[in-house]
Design a protein. Structure first.
Length: 255
């Protein structure tokens, strides 16, 4: 990506900015007016940081499909959002409007970011987030906390990251995975079975490891549906779920 010549579009994970700023405002007694100004500055810093000439602010919908699939466990331990979060959300939405503000009511910001990064409809998209889970999607990424310039995640790197996630799950969000294993053990299992799995899709590889390690396949499907971030070319294994398939039909840019 050429710093001088390329037109770039920042896809900003807005929820992370809203949450951080609202929590800070609560701790410091900041007014809503000042909080809005602080958030506008945060957005501008992210967009300027990757030298984007265009940008979209991406948020989650209110009818999260994952909560329908696994209502008792998914993100069950998450604390409530800071008191000023909702008011800040509404102010920022009113400020930037539908042209910049993007969401789909049934999916999370992560999913919409993944779709927008990979659907080919946006000129030189850069996914701007500090969430390491997003590294499971190939393309240009910008972590505003540590990157001086966007970094490229290849298809191979993204697939490996996704496969590790399918094995480890995500305890923060109540996604169990194989339980008792972290990235180190996950990588050992991948290395152990790699020669057999090379021609399989990422979900097929994960399923194979679950079977070989004698982990209940219900756990595999739960992890697959919860941890997988959507992309334009949706895997058949995800589309096998009726709810996911029905939502995909409402998003024209998904193949």
């Amino acid at each position: 990506m050429n710093k001088q010549k390329d037109i770039r579009t920042a896809l900003v994970d807005l929820e992370l900015i809203l949450y951080r700023n609202a929590a800070k405002a609560e701790a410091e007694g900041t007014s809503l007016r000042d909080l809005v100004s602080m958030t506008n500055l945060s957005i501008r810093e992210v967009v300027d940081g990757c030298q984007a000439s265009n940008y979209y602010l991406v948020v989650s919908g209110t009818d999260n499909f994952r909560k329908h699939l696994y209502p008792e466990t998914y993100k069950a331990g998450r604390p409530p959002k800071p008191p000023l979060y909702r008011d800040l959300y509404m102010e920022i939405q009113a400020t930037y409007g539908a042209k910049r503000f993007k969401w789909h009511d049934q999916i999370e910001a992560d999913d919409l970011l993944g779709i927008m990064l990979t659907n080919g409809r946006i000129e030189n998209p850069i996914l701007c987030s500090i969430d390491k889970d997003m590294l499971g999607i190939p393309g240009w990424h910008y972590n505003w906390n540590k990157d001086a310039w966007p970094t490229y995640v290849s298809q191979e790197e993204a697939d490996h990251h996704w496969l590790v996630q399918l094995l480890t799950g995500d305890s923060t969000d109540g996604i169990r995975g194989m339980e008792g294993i972290g990235p180190v053990k996950a990588n050992k299992l991948i290395k152990k079975y790699r020669s057999i799995m090379d021609l399989q899709s990422v979900p097929e590889m994960a399923k194979y490891i679950y079977e070989k390690e004698e982990i209940d396949l219900d756990r595999y499907y739960e992890t697959l549906y919860l941890v997988s971030i959507w992309r334009a070319n949706m895997p058949e294994e995800l589309l096998a779920n009726d709810l996911i398939a029905s939502i995909v039909k409402t998003i024209p840019s998904i193949k």
